[in-house]
Design a protein around this ligand. Structure first.
Ligand SMILES: C[S@@+](CC[C@H](N)C(=O)[O-])C[C@H]1O[C@@H](n2cnc3c(N)ncnc32)[C@H](O)[C@@H]1O
Length: 263
């Protein structure tokens, strides 16, 4: 992705929307340029609140990115100073937020574990110099939130399938985030993660429950996000605003959307 984004920019493509779209196509195994014809990838069942849809992979990718953006935009104030994704990959979600009308004056931070992801995000962001964008190193295992300006008044922070990668998230990671943002007037957050099976009492489809639990265990994915958020809520550090279990996504690991805020 980094090499692809860099190469198209070097070849003279400087339009942000085009660079973003072509890189998004590239991540789906399609030739850039919209001339790919029938998509090579298999049509994987995709769920919208329990309803299965079969879609062309690029249609699914656009739908997915917009669904994620819509959930994040619910916790972005018009006067937000900072919007942070933790474990952002190449920041496809942050770029989608920008294109979908997130505040143009905010600082966008794509904290990412992999250097290649940070460099790919930076290559795309260079084509949109008005966007204040940073791509610092971030690791949930040794979280350092110093990239969030202490003076930020309104902060939005979210994750999308990156806590997934951490089998046992430490509640201290979120405590450290809250400690870094104590001066802020508002801290709003959302975790978009495949943890629906951690809310078994809310899953009516037993097949889905078993399939998603097994998938998380086999992949060594996150096992305790519910526990972490509920512990922090009991401590009064966060208020859970809503949990939408298995809201949308692939039928083997759909997203559960947990909105929260600092009280
Ligand atoms: C499935 S991808 C999601 C990327 C991005 N959030 C998105 O939605 O496009 C998982 C991401 O988690 C990142 N990741 C893996 N281990 C991590 C860690 N210990 N701390 C932070 N991020 C991590 C990966 O590098 C990758 O970018």
């Amino acid at each position: 992705m980094r090499d692809f984004a860099r190469a198209i920019v070097q070849a003279g493509e400087h339009d942000f929307e085009t660079v973003f779209r072509r890189t998004l196509q590239f991540t789906n195994g399609l030739d850039a340029g919209g001339m790919a014809g029938p998509a090579p990838a298999a049509h994987v069942p995709f769920l919208f609140h329990g309803v299965e849809a079969r879609m062309d992979p690029m249609a699914r990718e656009y739908a997915w990115r917009d669904l994620v953006a819509a959930e994040v935009l619910r916790v972005v104030r018009a006067d937000a100073d900072v919007v942070v994704e933790l474990g952002s990959g190449w920041s496809a979600n942050l770029f989608t937020l920008w294109l979908r009308g997130a505040p143009k004056g905010a600082l966008y931070v794509g904290g990412e574990f992999a250097q290649g992801g940070r460099e790919a995000g930076s290559a795309v962001a260079l084509t949109r110099p008005q966007m204040k964008y940073l791509a610092p190193a971030f690791d949930w295992s040794t979280p350092d939130f110093s990239f969030i300006p202490r003076e930020a008044r309104h902060v939005t922070v979210y994750s999308c399938y990156s806590i997934e990668q951490i089998p046992e998230l430490s509640a201290d990671a979120i405590r450290a985030l809250l400690a870094r943002t104590t001066a802020a007037e508002s801290v709003l957050g959302v975790f978009i993660e495949p943890v629906g099976w951690q809310y078994p009492e809310q899953v009516t489809d037993q097949g889905l429950l078993e399939r998603t639990r097994r998938y998380a265990q086999e992949k060594n994915y996150n096992l305790n996000l519910r526990q972490v958020t509920e512990t922090l809520a009991r401590e009064g550090r966060i208020e859970i605003l809503g949990v939408a279990v298995d809201a949308f996504g692939y039928d083997h690991n759909p997203a559960t959307v947990i909105h929260w805020r600092r009280p």
